[in-house]
Design a protein around this ligand. Structure first.
Ligand SMILES: Cc1cc2nc3c(=O)[nH]c(=O)nc-3n(C[C@H](O)[C@H](O)[C@H](O)COP(=O)(O)OP(=O)(O)OC[C@H]3O[C@@H](n4cnc5c(N)ncnc54)[C@H](O)[C@@H]3O)c2cc1C
Length: 296
């Protein structure tokens, strides 16, 4: 099928983009990499009257590490591949590259944007969970209200649903770098490499100076309508990193999740994956934390 007709806008500045979005709202949609939106248009699952193409907004094509190395901010026109290949971002937050390698295929990552995948809020989108896991933020801009920044846990409101108002452009997202002696890992199971995950988890483990577990948390995709973040510390806190009961943390996670069944997997299989992947990821993250002495 072909998309329904629409009016195409290609603003050259962020000010122009939010002005056009205000003018055409609520009948307009932002077009970024098009890797999710164009298939939806072609299948006529979406038929906006106006498309506002942001691909000329060069000011938003950036990946920036904060001065203190404490965060990575990604502009709305940075492709997944730009974030994946950014050496400075990788040095402070390797979790970004590790996770992006599970997002689709290289050709899709060359075009699709990290901000677009977060704005799209697919419950199977890896970067939504990474942002939630790290307690990140989303910055939005509109002609009427100017700029505002919201926490990830307030941004995602359901499947393909966010708190972004009509006419708002997401200009950037910020991933905080976990403090202290931390290790972070992403792992998932997909039917084929590059497919959306049947279940995926990102974890962060923090150790104290004696290499005892000080904290453990995990975020999940494909098990709930939006990314879920669980604090699993109670199962492992105080234990030596190489002697902690990681399977207990996995069981705790599975007990707190309530996945649905669909054509790809039963709910029971997703619970099983959550338990196994959590156990595996936490153990590996603890090992990384024990040797990094700081950065995850
Ligand atoms: C075969 C295939 C496999 C894929 N596998 C995965 C996968 O495993 N994991 C994964 O996470 N993704 C996957 N994707 C999706 C890919 O990551 C997309 O690039 C991403 O979801 C959307 O980014 P985009 O820049 O292409 O956004 P677009 O497709 O242009 O837009 C998507 C939606 O977000 C909105 N939007 C985009 N940018 C903004 C903005 N700055 N402000 C406000 N709204 C905005 C659009 O209006 C639209 O509603 C896959 C895609 C394909 C085609």
């Amino acid at each position: 099928m072909k998309p329904a007709g629409f009016t195409y806008h290609r603003p050259a500045t962020v000010d122009d983009a939010v002005a056009v979005l205000a003018e055409v709202s609520p009948a307009g949609k932002v077009l970024a990499g098009g890797q999710s939106l164009v298939p939806l248009l072609s299948m006529r699952l979406a038929s906006p009257e106006h498309l506002v193409d942001i691909n000329r907004l060069a000011d938003l094509a950036y990946v920036r590490v904060g001065d203190d190395g404490g965060s990575v901010t990604v502009g709305a026109l940075a492709r997944h591949a730009d974030v994946e290949r950014d050496a400075a971002a990788h040095a402070v937050l390797p979790l970004l590259r590790d996770t992006l390698r599970h997002v689709a295929h290289p050709t899709i990552r060359n075009r699709g944007t990290t901000v677009g995948s977060i704005a799209h809020a697919d419950p199977s989108g890896e970067m939504t969970a990474v942002l939630a896991l790290l307690g990140g933020t989303v910055t939005l801009r509109s002609a009427a209200a100017g700029e505002r920044t919201v926490a990830a846990h307030d941004f995602f409101t359901g499947p393909m649903s966010t708190c972004a108002d009509v006419g708002e452009l997401v200009t950037s997202v910020t991933f905080p770098v976990p403090e202290g002696r931390t290790g972070a890992v992403w792992t998932e199971v997909a039917r084929r490499h590059g497919d959306y995950a049947v279940c995926g988890t990102g974890v962060v483990v923090t150790l104290d100076d004696d290499l005892r577990v000080a904290g453990a948390r995990a975020a999940y995709i494909s098990v709930a309508p939006e990314p879920v973040v669980l604090d699993l510390s109670e199962a492992v806190v105080g234990a030596m990193y190489d002697d902690a009961d990681w399977p207990a943390a996995g069981r705790l996670a599975a007990g707190r999740l309530d996945p649905d069944e669909d054509i790809h997997a039963t709910a029971a299989y997703r619970s099983h994956l959550a338990e196994v992947l959590t156990t595996r990821a936490l153990r590996e993250a603890a090992g990384r934390a024990s040797v990094t002495g700081g950065r995850p």
